[in-house]
Design a protein around this ligand. Sequence first.
Ligand code: ADP
Length: 406
Amino acid sequence: MTATRVLVLNSGSSSVKYQLLDMRDGARLAVGLVERIGEETSRLVHTPLAAADPAKRERTGPIADHGAALTAVAEELSLDGLGLDSPELAAIGHRVVHGGLRFSVPTVIDDEVLAEIERLVPVAPLHNPANITGIRTARALRPDLPQVAVFDTAFHTTMPEYAARYAIDVETADAHRIRRYGFHGTSHAYVSRETARLLGKAPEDVNVIVLHLGNGASASAVAGGRCVDTSMGLTPLEGLVMGTRSGDIDPAVTFHLMRVAGMSADDVDVLLNKRSGLVGLCGDNDMREIRRRIDAGDERARLAFDIYIHRLKKYIGAYCAVLGRVDAVVFTAGVGENAAPVREAAVAGLEELGLALDSGLNAERSDEARIVSPPYARVAVAVVPTDEELEIARQTFALVAGESLE
Ligand code: ADP
């Protein structure tokens, strides 16, 4: 077999992130980002990691749409002999945010699959349209190449009905496809499996609580490799306190704001998704800046941090109850991987649940998956860097090649 490369595309409304990987060893050959698509100040940053000169290349100037963006990416890749026309390219893997109930596994995209992803736009209006644009563009460039959709919701389709359903009128819920879908699934899948590996066990044999703490944040309870509960719901708004999202809130806040404050549904949407969470509480959503302000004695930053941690603890406790037996609590994504004070505060006082931290190990900086609890702790606390692109590439390649080379 010669075709062992996978191009992973993560298309946002005005950006495309991409990575080209070789699935013989999972090596990254090139990574890059096109941002501010459709503006005068578009920018493409391309790093040809496998080239003789792996220095970053940058283009600035207008890139009109996703088609032009992907054409520019293809040109950059061609400069190092890695173009989209290469026979070594096996497939393109697309991150698709919402797969609804239909898509529980990675799926080769044909017209019918694309139409179904479009039918899900009403439940994912912010994300699916951009993913669809990316898919259409890539198919136009390489119509003969397998294109695979890897869904953020897929890992959570194993949730039992009692965890996935909201306690609202069943007919209304079903008519509008209202239920808990969960997101960040590719990360939860990858990190829970890597945690099992770190513990030297098979995924089927471990129960793990995964805390994906980035700008968006979600928790999941994974029993024997299968997700049994997760904190995000119909949309990524539910659950933990996030950079700009409120997470859990009494739904009556919404109609109170509409009736009493005269806000529209769209106003409340923007308030809860963009102007809440850490940014709403203290004006900053970067945990580094919040910690700096706390160290300088800033009370608002302190309160924002405490609210963030309190919610996190409630989910750890809840998922201990959901799982019954927990082997590991694992932190991942920007905050989870880097912010030792968040890990320390989240685990503090949970000794009765079997959780403890080795503060020396927790404070060490590392890019490696590692255990930060003392050997006597009943539940391991781990830090596992997430790698959604590698996971998308693996799932894509496994589907088109019918095997995994790694
Ligand atoms: P997303 O993919 O959701 O945009 P990331 O997983 O990249 O987010 O996480 C971004 C967040 O990680 C930043 O907003 C910041 O709060 C946090 N972060 C990144 N590096 C550090 C660090 N060294 N210390 C603390 N927090 C960090």
